[in-house]
Design a protein around this ligand. Structure first.
Ligand SMILES: C[S@@+](CC[C@H](N)C(=O)[O-])C[C@H]1O[C@@H](n2cnc3c(N)ncnc32)[C@H](O)[C@@H]1O
Length: 234
């Protein structure tokens, strides 16, 4: 088991990254994107949420006042899970039983994205809510695999093709800032420790500043990470 990706300090790093964290800006923007989705699309307390590919469940506390039950589902090497996946990645969970399906940064890692979306659709009630984030541009990062990257059009198409109606779509981190993030990631692994930390600190400030030049509507078509909010239609 990979301890790092499933422990609670990893969860804190994801929601409150430190000043020298190489993904500081991205992780802050991703947390805000999920907060935006909760605020806009979950007005009332709303039953059962299944976090499919939950890892350390870093966003669990954000949902505290919005749901009655939070169930984590992941591969069998994750000790924190409530629902174990079978060998194909299917959920051991009833049809049409969940109100919300949360999927944060999982779709690029699954062997078969269509099967993953069909499973998400199967366990959601009619009109149940899918909140899914995944990468547009990003470096290779296996967990335990890394198979896919999405364009905005391709992501909408694959979600709709599997029984969902897309009701909101939003991107974070546009091309100029993302170019800098990839530049940082291309160099940082070769730098000695103190220089690396200073380099990351400066790069993260520039990434933040450069992201301000890109309009939100441009990010919605071309970005580091996309949020899809969709309703299961049955
Ligand atoms: C980058 S981590 C994201 C974890 C968590 N959702 C988060 O936002 O921190 C990717 C997760 O996808 C899980 N995963 C990989 N293949 C999967 C599959 N076929 N079905 C469901 N989850 C999978 C991994 O075990 C891992 O927990």
């Amino acid at each position: 088991m990979n301890e790092y990706r499933h422990n609670s300090s990893e969860a804190i790093q994801r929601t409150q990254p430190g000043w020298f964290h190489p993904r500081r800006y991205y992780l802050n923007m991703l947390r805000k994107l999920i907060e935006y989705a909760i605020e806009k699309h979950i007005p009332n307390k709303n039953g059962i949420l299944v976090d499919y590919g939950c890892g350390s469940m870093p966003y669990k506390t954000l949902f505290e006042t919005k749901i009655n039950s939070y169930l984590g589902a992941d591969l069998s090497d994750n000790p924190a899970i409530d629902i174990k996946l079978d060998a194909q990645g299917k959920l051991n969970y009833a049809d049409s039983a969940a109100d919300i399906l949360l999927s944060t940064q999982v779709l690029e890692h699954v062997d078969d994205p269509e099967l993953y979306l069909q499973e998400s659709h199967r366990i959601l009630k009619n009109d149940g809510l899918l909140l899914l984030t995944t990468h547009g541009y990003w470096m290779f990062h296996p967990d335990p695999n890394d198979f896919w990257r999405w364009t905005s059009s391709g992501l909408k198409k694959v979600v709709e093709r599997n029984g969902f109606e897309v009701v909101d779509f939003r991107g974070i981190i546009g091309r100029p800032a993302m170019g800098l993030q990839l530049f940082q990631d291309g160099l940082m692994f070769n730098l000695p420790s103190p220089i690396k930390q200073i380099f990351i600190f400066i790069m993260q400030i520039f990434i933040h500043l450069f992201d301000k030049v890109t309009k939100q509507e441009t990010k919605n078509t071309d970005a580091c990470t996309f949020l899809v909010v969709a309703r299961a239609k049955k």
